[in-house]
Design a protein around this ligand. Structure first.
Ligand code: THU
Length: 139
């Protein structure tokens, strides 16, 4: 089993936390509601929802809200993140979120789920962000 893989029970709990966060989405402009939940290695789950702004560019994705909350709470070691929407296609993290997740979480698991469809997909972060730029290039 790959290090980033979760048990079914862990995946269910993470998806549930992301779905609950999605209910709190502040998607005023797009109406595209996203929830994310990040699982720390100590078992703590930190969730986030997307928060939009009228100038659009200050909109923050659910994944980044969850990550920044977790870092601010002092968590530093992570295993996986779940991302939940209600779109017909499972929604993967955007490029900026992939980069920031790589920076602070390394090769975690990424679970994609949808409110109204049973199918899920699971990836490692490096499958979604191959050859990532990171601190080791800053020599
Ligand atoms: N969004 C996320 O929160 N996460 C994603 O993975 C993709 C996009 C948000 C940003 C914006 O509030 C809305 O979805 C539409 O792009």
């Amino acid at each position: 089993m790959d290090a980033w893989m979760l048990t079914d029970a862990e995946t269910d709990a993470l998806v549930e936390a992301a779905a609950a966060a999605r209910e709190r989405a502040v998607a005023t402009y797009s109406q595209f509601r996203v929830g994310a939940a990040l699982l720390a290695s100590d078992g703590t789950v930190v969730s986030g929802c997307n928060i939009e702004a009228a100038n659009y560019s200050l909109t923050t994705c659910a994944e980044r809200v969850a990550l920044l909350k977790a870092l601010s709470d002092g968590l530093r070691d992570f295993r996986a993140i779940a991302v939940v929407t209600d779109a017909p296609n499972l929604t993967p993290p955007c490029g900026s979120c992939r980069q920031l997740l790589w920076e602070y979480c390394g090769d975690i698991g990424v679970v994609l789920a949808c409110m109204s469809h049973p199918g899920r997909r699971e990836f490692s972060l490096t499958a979604l962000l191959p050859e990532p730029f990171g601190r080791q290039f800053l020599v």
